[in-house]
Design a protein around this ligand. Structure first.
Ligand SMILES: [Zn+2]
Length: 70
């Protein structure tokens, strides 16, 4: 159930996340994003599996989790 502050997964409201990294090296994802080589951080809901990609930044992992959870 979503917590009463309304933060959570955009799909199911769960507030547990996993954060991983993807490095693209010219394969499928890089075509999708029209880039050559880059890295992304992936925030995934641990309940329903919904995931969002964020361009890797120097601001640290907690920020993207905040974005994901809204
Ligand atoms: Zn979810």
């Amino acid at each position: 159930m979503p917590s009463d502050d309304e933060r959570g997964c955009p799909k199911c409201g769960h507030d547990g996340t996993d954060v991983g990294k993807i490095s693209t090296t010219g394969g499928g994802l890089s075509k999708m994003f029209d880039i050559q080589t880059n890295s992304f951080e992936v925030v995934s809901c641990t309940n329903c599996g919904y995931s969002e990609l964020y361009r890797d930044t120097t601001s640290g992992g907690s920020d993207i989790v905040d974005v994901f959870l809204g």
